[in-house]
Design a protein around this ligand. Structure first.
Ligand code: CTP
Length: 401
């Protein structure tokens, strides 16, 4: 079964000259590990930062560096053949100089020549220092290219090689790969203007200053949902219990610890959203009393009285004009339980995760889900990556409107 949309895809990776060029190694590794075939073209400046040998080894293909062959009699149309071979071209990192050349229609090196010959999509992931990135002509060039159909993966905010900080960083590799996957699979910016509130991860209910009650949720499904929604143009607020996952730049990430903190944040953020997706594994019980001091080991039996936490979904009274989606994680009587939760919690849709199905569950990167809506037949999405599942869930949410 094809687990990845990139499997079998032919990607031409353009690498240009900036410090982030070293990250192209990781991009190639990720593309190759997902089954893509990769060929690399490097600008001459890129070769100051990283060698063609490294990228040829990782991509398992010779790297293109020159327009002209060293043999003056050799005639060929390599640029046309290579451009036709590629399903898409990704330029990552792309300097502002190369962006300017592309915007100007130049074909003055192997990389820009290939851009002009491409029939497939061209995806540009810029990287530059903060002032270079916000230089007005760079902005104009990006706008111009977006208008004529080039795809951009916007640079991230953060610490830059110069020691300055601001917008200009090449995004995390996972964001670049997810964006390529979304663009190639034809997801449009179909969530522009929508405000999604998503919860993720477990909650921790403290027993004393060192111990807590938690659960095995990794938060991956919720984070993939938030990332996919953001790529598709939504304004996203992600309320997450404790995880060490990274949210994409642009997502409003609110970190919480306990079920009661999550409830407080969900209720206040709900007012401003049009869709809530409760993917968090909220604890159902918490210790009745929080011990201020560490509980000492004494008797052979220790009892901790637990009290029910509030059900967040059921605490939302006014769901008018909003879409509310829940998750149900079940080990038995799956469908029956999920349908009951859909009704009891007054949901528009519930995503059923069955722990018994191989490839779904905690910590893994894949999932199998069943979507249940009040008046429709159950829809099943078989084993695929959590990012793909996230996109399928979003497709189903869009159908609710
Ligand atoms: N949920 C919630 N507040 C809680 C517990 C769960 O809003 N205190 C939400 C979850 O985020 C999920 C849905 O309710 O979207 C179902 O959660 P689940 O744990 O499957 O069901 P519970 O209602 O907690 O019932 P049980 O644990 O008995 O299966």
């Amino acid at each position: 079964m094809e687990l990845d949309l990139l499997s079998g895809k032919r990607i031409l990776l353009g690498v240009t000259g900036c410090i982030a060029a070293y990250k192209s190694c990781f991009i190639i590794r990720e593309l190759v590990s997902r089954g893509a075939e990769v060929k690399v073209v490097m600008s001459s400046s890129a070769q100051h930062f990283i060698t063609p040998l490294t990228l040829a080894t990782l991509s398992r293909n010779p790297v293109i560096t020159e327009i002209f062959s060293s043999d003056p009699n050799k005639q060929n149309t390599w640029h046309i053949e290579t451009a036709l071979w590629a399903d898409a071209m990704l330029i990552a990192p792309c300097t502002i100089n190369t962006i300017a050349k592309i915007a100007g229609g130049f074909a003055d090196n192997a990389l820009t020549t290939l851009v002009t010959a491409m029939r497939g999509k061209v995806i540009i992931s810029p990287a530059a220092d903060v002032d270079m990135y916000k230089y007005p002509l760079t902005k104009n060039n990006i706008q111009k290219l977006k208008k004529i159909g080039f795809h951009f993966i916007d640079a991230d905010d953060g610490f830059l090689a110069s020691g300055l900080s601001g917008t200009g960083r090449l995004p995390e590799i996972s964001k670049i790969i997810d964006s390529v996957e979304s663009i190639l699979s034809g997801y449009n910016k179909d969530l522009v203007g929508r405000k999604l509130l998503i919860t993720a991860g477990p909650t921790y209910e403290d027993i004393d200053p060192v111990r807590y009650i938690g659960n095995r949720s990794s938060g991956k499904m919720g984070f993939h949902l938030a990332n996919a929604a953001m790529i598709r143009g939504a304004e996203v607020t992600l309320i997450s219990g404790p995880t060490n996952l990274l949210a994409y730049q642009g997502i409003n990430l609110i970190k919480v610890r306990s079920a009661s903190e999550m409830k407080e944040k969900v209720l206040s953020e709900f007012v401003d959203c049009d869709t809530l997706i409760m993917a968090a594994a909220v604890a159902d019980y918490k210790p009745e009393n929080l011990s201020e001091k560490k509980i000492k080991k004494e008797d052979s039996l220790l009892s901790i009285q637990l009290t029910k936490t509030d059900d967040i979904l059921s605490s939302i009274v006014d769901k008018k004009n909003k879409i509310v989606v829940g998750f149900a994680l079940e080990t038995d009587n799956e469908l029956e339980n999920a349908k009951r939760k859909l009704k009891d919690k007054n949901l528009d849709m519930i995503v059923l995760n069955s722990l018994g199905e191989k490839g779904s569950g905690f910590e893994v990167d894949t999932n199998i889900v069943h979507i249940i809506k009040p008046k429709s037949e159950k829809v099943t999405f078989p084993l695929q990556s959590k990012f793909q599942i996230a996109n399928k869930i979003i497709d189903e949410i869009i159908k609710l409107n």
